[in-house]
Design a protein around this ligand. Structure first.
Ligand code: FES
Length: 74
């Protein structure tokens, strides 16, 4: 949630995760499977906006791709 990611729409990506998981930042889903947090720069600004799920990194994430990312873990 720093300049490169924010300038490229990180807030909308975060909003989509919160919407689809029905949680706020810092909360876990009722099944404990997911929690949502916002990060400071992870040093991969060329891939902004960037999402990490566990050890996996997703670059240039659009809000429309959030449901596909989550589907990988269902
Ligand atoms: S600002 Fe997002 S990786 Fe640097």
């Amino acid at each position: 949630m720093e300049t490169a990611c924010c300038d490229r729409g990180a807030e909308k990506v975060l909003d989509e995760f919160k919407h689809l998981l029905n949680v706020k930042v810092g909360q876990k889903t009722p099944d404990g499977k997911f929690s949502v947090s916002s990060l400071r720069c992870v040093g991969a600004c060329g891939l902004a906006p960037l999402v990490t799920v566990g050890e996996k990194v997703y670059g240039r994430v659009a809000p429309e791709s959030v449901k596909d990312i989550l589907a990988e873990y269902n």
